[in-house]
Design a protein around this ligand. Structure first.
Ligand code: ZN
Ligand code: ZN
Length: 409
């Protein structure tokens, strides 16, 4: 495949579809060394659209890991307030956020899990007061990814570095529809399909959703007045954007207190540079009351221990097995890609766009309506060809939504 031509198309897609940038907008790109070629293309196209400034937030994997391995203990006890103020000022000054990360799924394997958990807690608490800018779509934001050798090696351990990088890029281009002749048109059509499923689910007004499969028998209550979303979203100023590229999900808000049963994850979870695998949860009245993992249990311990909301669900997402990502048949070891190949849930914070009127109420008022809040939002995969998903209405009417990996609606 022609990488240069695809980079151009990828940058076009990010600027026009991902962030819908136009005159008056400013852009904040979060990136690493591997993102620089694409960041430069995105910046050029953004300026051509009338964007007046592009700010780079650079971070480096080697330095991130070295900090965990070698910095003194007090490096992990406080997060500078001025840093949070600075980020808030960018949001207020009409900066929109592009995440262009090249994630290494194994980055933090050598680091002390207690240190990682402590820092996540400290940093999470510090930035909580500015979470609403993105969680409530006050600004436009888009998460996408670029390949890097460490990620390529984790996804394709059997290949040489060059082969693995090429294969990863080819699959990123396929999953993001960048390989299609007109990716922007392909995304417009894709958006219409997602919206059709979203509209069906919103009109059906299901009370709860039942998951049945190997190791899984779970009933997830939906928050009353929940809203299903999928594909493009709108910023509070009314601009259209896509929070994730790729995206294949329609998602809504579970009632944080009405989840009962057991579910088995169908894919490993890559979280904080570490892998959790072969794990399951049991819920009672919305709360995780039992869990285990054959790999990375300590990571789950730390996650669930973050706060009360970490033990409850904040997102329910339906994904057909038949999508460009799923059809690659690849385990990317990256949540952005793997979650879009499979039905998933998230432990932790819910999105206010999934509940009618959520932005007009306080956190406590919303929590009473079943909207979870937490410092974390961690997606894990529960879908497969063997999992049947059924919507159940308040009067007991059942409609099969997904079976054998495909939409039934
Ligand atoms: Zn999701
Ligand atoms: Zn999620």
């Amino acid at each position: 495949m022609d990488n240069n031509r695809n980079f151009e198309k990828y940058a076009d897609l990010i600027v026009n579809i991902g962030l819908g940038l136009h005159a008056g907008d400013k852009l904040n790109i979060r990136m690493s060394e591997h993102s620089l070629p694409l960041a430069r293309l995105v910046a050029k196209k953004a300026f051509q659209k009338g964007v007046s400034d592009v700010r780079l937030d650079f971070s480096d994997d080697t330095i991130t890991l070295d900090r965990y391995l070698n910095a003194p203990d007090d490096a992990f006890t406080s997060y500078p307030e001025y840093q949070v103020d600075f980020s808030e000022n960018l949001f207020k000054d009409n900066y929109h956020v592009l995440n262009l990360f090249a994630p290494n799924p194994d980055l933090l394997k050598p680091a002390d899990p207690a240190r990682i958990a402590q820092w996540q807690k400290v940093a999470g608490k510090a930035v909580k007061r500015i979470q609403h800018y993105t969680m409530q779509n006050e600004v436009k934001w888009c998460v996408t990814a670029v390949a890097c050798p460490a990620w390529a090696a984790a996804a394709f351990p059997e290949l040489t570095e060059d082969e693995a990088m090429q294969k990863l890029w080819d699959n990123i281009f396929m999953a993001t529809r960048v390989d299609q002749p007109d990716p922007v048109a392909a995304w417009e059509e894709h958006d219409l399909n997602l919206k059709a499923h979203r509209n069906f689910l919103n009109e059906a007004r299901f009370d709860r959703v039942h998951y049945q499969g190997p190791g899984t028998d779970l009933v997830v209550g939906l928050a009353k007045n929940h809203i299903w979303e999928g594909g493009s979203g709108f910023s509070q100023k009314g601009d259209r954007f896509f929070p994730n590229i790729p995206t294949e999900e329609v998602f809504s808000m579970p009632d944080a207190d009405r989840v009962d049963g057991t579910l088995r994850a169908t894919m490993p979870l890559s979280v904080r540079g570490q892998i959790v695998d072969k794990f399951h949860f049991t819920f009672k009245d919305g709360k995780v009351v039992d869990y285990d993992a054959e790999v990375g249990k300590q990571i789950l311990d730390d996650l669930l221990d973050m706060d009360e909301g970490a033990k409850h669900l904040g997102e329910i997402a339906l994904v057909a097995d038949n999508s460009p990502i799923s059809n690659t048949g690849i385990l990317f070891k990256n949540t952005l890609f793997d979650e879009n190949a499979s039905c998933h849930f998230a432990l932790g914070a819910a999105y206010s766009e999934n509940l009618e009127g959520a932005t007009e109420r306080t956190e406590e008022e919303n929590r009473k309506l079943g909207m979870n809040n937490s410092l974390i939002h961690v997606d894990f995969m529960v879908g497969s060809k063997d999992v049947t998903v059924t919507g159940i209405k308040e009067d007991g009417t059942e409609i099969v939504l997904l079976k054998d990996g495909d939409w039934q609606i």
